[in-house]
Write a protein that binds this ligand. Structure first.
Ligand SMILES: Cc1cc2nc3c(=O)[nH]c(=O)nc-3n(C[C@H](O)[C@H](O)[C@H](O)COP(=O)(O)O)c2cc1C
Length: 199
């Protein structure tokens, strides 16, 4: 499937075949594609928690207002981000670059994030938002469907997955085999959304 078709055909699916299991190779392929997503300073600040354990999915479904797709999809991907990735051995993000390049990038990163909690949080959502779309389009290309989700109790889910300190949950993406099409959707007028040069 080409990129344009994947973009056009991706829809948020709410009904999945609960008996379909993705193979380990498919899950690995999907995550390897997700890991090619861009991040600021190549910080790769996302962490993808793959939940395929049926009992855990049921627990997380309860913490997600009972939304069926959490349990019925083949995998639930919990997109998390490390708010402090910028200060955790940052040279590893450029480990093959010359030492002086590494040093200057680390200095920039420090100036950008240090003491700025809001930008640290913005970066978590920027990175995960982009990765989520990569996952959804890659899933489509692999013959799967998906749904992005924000409808869950973050605190409860954090407890269920032992979320470490410094990390936040940014969103879910569920992936599986659809058994029911999405509802038709309404798109705003082009001119209401696209602005030329200035507002
Ligand atoms: C950040 C985000 C959070 C969402 N949360 C939920 C959710 O909790 N439950 C749900 O059924 N759909 C959720 N959706 C799906 C949206 O309802 C859907 O993307 C929107 O209606 C447009 O439809 P489409 O994705 O099929 O184009 C979410 C989508 C996004 C991008």
């Amino acid at each position: 499937m080409n990129v344009k078709d994947a973009i056009i055909e991706r829809r948020s699916i709410k009904h999945f075949d609960r008996n379909h299991e993705m193979t380990e190779d498919e899950k690995t392929e999907l995550m390897n594609l997700a890991m090619l997503s861009p991040t600021s300073f190549n910080m790769q600040n996302w962490r993808f928690v793959l939940v395929d354990d049926k009992n855990l999915k049921e627990e997380i479904k309860k913490a997600s207002f009972g939304q069926n797709q959490v349990a019925d999809s083949s995998i639930l991907i919990i997109l998390c981000a490390d708010l402090k990735a910028w200060e955790k051995e940052p040279k590893r993000y450029f480990r093959n670059a010359p030492e002086e390049v590494q040093n200057s990038i680390v200095q920039y990163m420090n100036g950008f994030y240090n003491g700025n909690e809001r930008v640290q949080r913005d970066e978590a959502f920027r990175s995960c938002g982009i990765a989520a779309q990569t996952i959804m389009l890659a899933a489509k290309g692999m013959g799967y469907d998906s749904c992005a989700m924000a409808g869950y109790d973050s605190k409860k889910v954090a407890e269920l997955i032992n979320l470490p300190e410094d990390y936040i949950i940014t969103m879910f993406v569920v992936v599986g085999k659809k058994v029911k099409e999405a509802q038709p959707k309404d798109i705003l007028e082009y001119g209401d959304v696209v602005i030329k040069n200035k507002f």
